[in-house]
Ligand binder design. Structure first.
Ligand SMILES: [Zn+2]
Length: 361
């Protein structure tokens, strides 16, 4: 720069000499450890670093950890755009380990951050499927149980009292395998069951007693034959609930009882139509003549497993699937139970008492 002009003015020369003298004096002071600006600038820097990060990102342990999770703080340095600490050139470190007091970011334990997998930051919505089998037990039930055992899946069986009475060993096998047993009335006869609540009730109690004698437990779960739609009226819903029962329908119908001889391929196709939903209650049958349902079962399980579903059994704490009350034409003719009958038969029970994963009272 001094070459810009040949020769310099006397005035400029004097200024240069003065500047050189001041610089020399400063260097002498610094060597003696008295230079004030070195330390203060280091302190200021550290404070800025922490403060700036805090101001911009609201830096706390959590946000620092989230930065660490994205790979920015593996070295323990500030995260997300905060300035890197300036090196203390020619000076002893102002603080051991190069950290300043109050610098919160540099204190984030990196080992802790490393133990938190990124996947926990955003967990997927769980998808549950409940396999339910109605109308058994029958000769089909052992095959269904064998498949469930092999696939390590549990299901809910809504059994009929008259079938349970003649095949107690199958009720026991269902139960011993860890499946859930629900009440599907005694004889499945719509005409009787839906002629009035007292008829429905007596079948529920009769079946319940048969099941209790085999398993020791009274089922709280009930499935109305044919579903509640077109069958249950407000009295049915209200009194069943008051007595502590949970009547539950389904979200997906396998169609295996739509007519006689529904082929396994059709049952499979119907059964997996709900694999977008987070909760599927699948209606199947293990009653007499439903071999095709058992045939379709391995592939149904395979498809739901592949779609990421967890297999669960119903319990009385689940939100029940209930079709909107539509009692049908015959409901108007029903005789409603009077108060004396209700007082004598329906003992109000706190709903959904839980005992060791089995539902009873
Ligand atoms: Zn049924």
């Amino acid at each position: 720069m001094v070459r810009k002009k040949r020769g310099i003015s006397r005035h400029t020369a004097v200024r240069l000499v003065l500047a050189a003298v001041v610089l020399a004096a400063a260097l002498i002071y610094r060597e003696a450890g008295n230079f004030p600006f070195g330390k203060s600038s280091g302190t200021l820097h550290a404070a800025d670093s922490g403060g700036a990060a805090k101001g911009r990102d609201g830096a706390s342990s959590d946000s620092a950890i989230s930065g660490a999770l994205s790979g920015q703080a593996q070295s323990g340095l500030p995260v997300r755009g905060s300035s890197q600490p300036m090196p203390f050139v020619g000076l002893p470190p102002a603080f051991p380990e190069g950290r300043a007091p109050g610098s919160r970011i540099s204190r984030v334990p990196v080992s802790k951050a490393k133990t938190m997998p990124a996947a926990t930051q955003k967990s997927a919505v769980p998808k549950n499927v409940y396999l339910t089998f109605d109308d058994g037990p029958s000769a089909v039930t052992p095959k269904v149980l064998e498949i469930l055992r092999r696939e390590q899946v549990k299901a809910t069986f809504f059994v009929l009292g008259d079938q349970a009475e003649t095949r107690p060993e199958l009720i026991n096998a269902i139960w011993e395998q860890g499946n859930v047993i629900g009440n599907h009335t005694y004889n499945h006869n719509y005409k009787d069951l839906y002629s009035g609540f007292t008829h429905f009730w007596s079948q529920i109690k009769k079946t319940e007693e048969i099941i209790r004698q085999i398993t020791g437990v009274r089922p709280q779960l009930v499935r109305a034959p044919g579903g509640t739609y077109g069958h249950f009226d407000d009295t049915y819903f209200h009194l069943m609930k008051q007595a502590g029962y949970l009547a539950t329908d389904w979200t997906v119908d396998s169609g295996d009882s739509a007519r006689r001889g529904v082929p396994a391929a059709e049952i499979l196709k119907n059964s997996v139509q709900g694999t977008q939903s987070s909760r599927v209650v699948l209606l199947l049958h293990d009653g007499a003549g439903h071999q095709a349902s058992a045939k379709a079962l391995p592939e149904i399980i395979k498809k739901y497993k592949a779609a990421g579903y967890v297999f669960k059994t119903l319990d009385a704490s689940s939100e029940p699937v209930q079709f909107k009350a539509h009692p049908g034409k015959g409901a108007a003719k029903r005789t409603k139970p009077d108060e004396a009958w209700i007082a004598a038969n329906i003992t109000p029970k706190p709903p959904y008492l839980r005992q060791e994963n089995r539902w009873q009272w």
